[in-house]
Ligand binder design. Structure first.
Ligand SMILES: [Zn+2]
Length: 358
């Protein structure tokens, strides 16, 4: 049997997070479509062209307990998923299953929209400095879901529009009068090129992210324009999700760090202006695309291996201490509750103790 880099990720069907009834039903439906052949899976190469046979096995399930094989590319250091849904199945997955499995809803609730608005405010603060005062820049959000991120930009005088593949998600933004369209980036072409294009939580879902960025560059972005790229960064996985398995999800075909994102963006003609491992990064278009390309990057492979090894080592050390002190931790939690330190403190402690269960 091949050894996994992350031993705690066997294909045992067990989810790594709590699920609502809606999510459980949606997952069951998705599994049935996989089992019946209604959804088909196909082997996939890494972006750099490496074959799945050459990939180093990382894990065999995702946060939902779905059978997801994650591989580390020995050539370029990307993590990628193979096999994955074929194009037709993926299109239907996003229309019928994705929101229900991932969020438990089809039509975005107001809290989701407000979260997007808050994200848009942060982006506006970040980008305001890039544009001269008095200018009325154009901003597009590609993969905009409810479109909330665009609202602060519109209020600040920007011309805004968004697109997404899912009609369901857009209702809230349309109620606010935002121009949100169903389809690929091309559906915004008639509005002319933009100064800034937001691509948040999108590229990691795409089998050909380079083509997607090329499409934006040629049809939607002014020469020298800015692209905001947001993705769940691989090197934040343990910090943000406590364990790698909660970071992995079947919809994400590649897992990027800031470094591998910047390498991808360099190949398609963009340079990094600023960025974090979150990943939240600003790129500027500076030259022609060289396409997908193949860039051997042994240092990136070493960095990922080291990151995973350290994360797993800390987790197992933690698990040992938790086992040794479990009764004491429970006492801490009981005291936090009984001494009325506030519900928030008890909740936070409860979450920590719960997550620490070995
Ligand atoms: Zn690769």
């Amino acid at each position: 049997m091949t050894r996994r880099l992350v031993r705690s990720l066997p294909n045992d069907g067990k989810p790594l997070r709590s699920l609502t009834d809606v999510q459980r039903r949606a997952l069951q439906g998705f599994r049935q479509k996989l089992a019946s052949g209604e959804y088909r899976q196909v082997p996939a190469d890494c972006l750099c062209g490496a074959s799945p046979d050459s990939g180093i096995l990382v894990g065999e399930k995702d946060r939902y307990g779905l059978p997801v094989t994650t591989l580390l590319c020995p050539a370029c250091g990307l993590l990628w998923t193979s096999p994955r849904l074929d194009d037709a199945s993926r299109t239907r997955f996003y229309e019928d299953d994705y929101r229900l499995i991932y969020s438990g809803w089809h039509t975005s609730p107001d809290t989701f929209f407000q979260g997007q608005v808050a994200f848009g405010r942060r982006l506006l603060r970040q980008f305001g400095a890039h544009f001269p005062s008095g200018a009325h820049p154009t901003v597009y959000d590609i993969g905009c879901a409810a479109g909330g991120a665009l609202l602060p930009f519109r209020e600040a005088g920007y011309a805004v529009a968004g697109c997404d593949l899912s009609e369901h998600a857009m209702a809230a933004g349309r109620q606010h009068g935002l121009d949100l369209r169903v389809g690929e980036p091309d559906v915004l072409r008639d509005r002319g090129p933009a100064d800034l294009v937001i691509v948040a939580q999108v590229l990691e879902h795409l089998p050909e992210p380079h083509r997607f960025v090329e499409q934006i560059t040629t049809s939607l972005l002014k020469p020298g324009g800015l692209l905001f790229v947001g993705m769940p960064g691989l090197f934040e996985a343990y910090h943000a999700y406590h364990r790698l398995g909660r970071y992995l999800q079947n919809a994400h075909l590649y897992h990027y760090s800031l470094h591998t994102t910047t390498r991808l963006m360099a190949l398609v003609g963009f340079r990094l202006i600023s960025g974090t491992e979150e990943v939240a990064a600003v790129y500027q278009q500076v030259g022609p695309s060289q396409g997908r390309g193949s860039v051997p990057d042994p240092a990136a492979v070493v960095a990922v291996r080291r990151y995973l090894a350290q994360g797993e080592s800390i987790r197992s050390e933690l698990a040992w201490h938790v086992r040794a002190n479990h009764d004491r931790l429970k006492t801490v939690l009981r005291l936090a509750r009984s001494r009325q330190l506030g519900r928030a403190v008890a909740r936070r402690l409860g979450r920590v103790v719960g997550q620490l269960e070995p």
